[in-house]
Design a protein around this ligand. Structure first.
Ligand code: ACO
Length: 379
């Protein structure tokens, strides 16, 4: 039998039929359920966009009020889950804590099957509501502080900031954080979403689905890139050095972090929105030097990498915004997960509504018909 064609990285191979989001990589267009992400970042807020992604349409007033109330109600985590977070190494990466915390959450809420829509919806609410609490609690504990209990009078983004720092964010900071959550909430068939769908296709419980997606997101070629962007900007050190650094990096075939995308061959629309929001925040706070380096690097890259269709992706500016808000670098990817959990759950619900277990083919390139040689005869 002839081998099927192998596409490394499954490039251009459809892995599912999905109605959740859509990308036109040539027109810099990203839509959630048909609505442009720029519009949502401007007009909507995270809770409303989450409903849109999960349910398919914008919520009516009562639907939104009930959803919002249910999320607020579910923000607390069990004290024994907090104890589990306390026992993790404080110098471990918070993505590890989030993955472990999410898997542990599933042990507090066992689900023997995923065939009951009411139970599934409860799990959806619980996961969206509790992930920020796990991230903030682990961060507080690892730096020697008490975890801060969530508040029910704050929106999703503002409450997360409050649980991290113990103070309420300004309206402008809330707006930028909320928009960052919207921009990261969903992005078609990326690696972590594929991972969520594969795990979901085994009818594993949603806590297993989300912890597996968190592990996939943690890699530097995916969600981990925004941390590495800041390391790169630190290495470049000055705006004057940006072009020389880039020329050298391209010549030595280094990957420029925060640049390039499998689908976008123009600037990622989320990077454009984020840059605009960043400018607004910096008008209130201060314009970080890393931002000057980043914009100079982008101009140089337009010339050098632009002809290859390599432009900034969403991660190029998100780290600079978070750093400006005083958020530690290793929390950038967990914040990505707090947002993307909505996309993962939307895909999980879509997957199990018309499920077939994933079982792809392989192209066999190994040996066959080998003899077993007893150990003493092996040379
Ligand atoms: N810097 C320099 N060259 C690049 C970059 C980059 N960031 N991205 C792609 N290229 C080049 C490759 O070297 C390759 O060149 P070649 O054909 O001469 O060998 C060509 O473009 C194709 O690159 P691939 O890595 O094969 O593209 P792929 O679609 O597999 O990867 C990816 C996409 C992983 C995002 C890649 O662009 C990359 O590694 N970027 C840096 C990491 C990053 O920013 N990741 C975040 C992605 S967005 C997200 O997850 C939210």
């Amino acid at each position: 039998m002839s081998n099927p064609e192998f596409r490394p990285g499954l490039a251009d191979v459809p892995a599912a039929e999905s109605g959740i989001s859509f990308i036109d990589g040539k027109r810099a267009r990203l839509e959630y359920r048909g609505i442009a992400v720029e519009t949502l970042a401007k007009e909507s807020f995270f809770e409303e966009t989450s409903w849109l992604l999960l349910k398919g349409d914008l919520p009516r007033q009562k639907e939104l009020a009930d959803f919002d109330a249910a999320l607020k109600e579910e923000r607390c985590i069990h004290f024994r889950l907090l104890d589990a977070l306390k026992s993790l190494p404080e110098n471990g990466h918070p993505m590890g804590a989030l993955q472990a915390g999410t898997a542990a959450l599933g042990m507090f809420h066992p689900m023997s099957n995923v065939l009951n829509p009411a139970n599934n919806w409860e799990a959806v609410i619980r996961l969206i509501a509790k992930l920020p609490t796990i991230v903030a609690a682990f961060h507080r504990l690892r730096v020697g502080h008490e975890a801060i209990a969530p508040r029910q009078d704050l929106g999703h983004a503002a409450n997360f900031y409050y649980m991290l720092f113990g103070k309420e964010p300004s309206a402008a900071v809330t707006r930028v954080l909320d928009a960052c959550l919207i921009l990261h909430a969903e992005h078609t068939m990326n690696a972590s979403t594929f991972s969520a769908r594969v795990t979901g296709s085994t009818l594993a419980n949603p806590y297993a689905v989300i912890s597996s997606a968190i592990g996939t997101l943690s890699g530097p070629l995916h969600g981990g890139a925004n941390e590495e962007v800041l390391d790169m900007l630190e290495e470049i050190a000055s705006a004057e050095n940006a072009k020389t650094w880039l020329v050298d990096a391209v010549a030595t075939k280094k990957k420029i972090m925060g640049f390039g995308h499998r689908v976008y061959k123009v600037k990622d629309p989320r990077a454009t929105v984020l840059q605009d929001l960043a400018e607004k925040v910096f008008a209130e706070t201060n314009r970080p030097y890393a931002y000057n380096i980043a914009t100079t690097l982008e101009s140089a890259a337009n010339e050098i990498l632009g002809p290859k269709g390599i432009y900034p992706n969403v991660d190029f500016y998100s780290g600079i915004v978070y750093q400006n808000l005083g958020i530690p670098k290793d929390l950038f990817t967990p914040i990505f997960a707090i947002a993307r959990v909505v996309g993962w759950l939307s895909h999980w619900l879509e997957q199990i509504s018309n499920n077939r277990i994933y079982r792809p083919e392989q192209v066999f390139v190994g040996k066959s018909d080998q003899h077993y040689i007893p150990l003493e005869q092996r040379t």
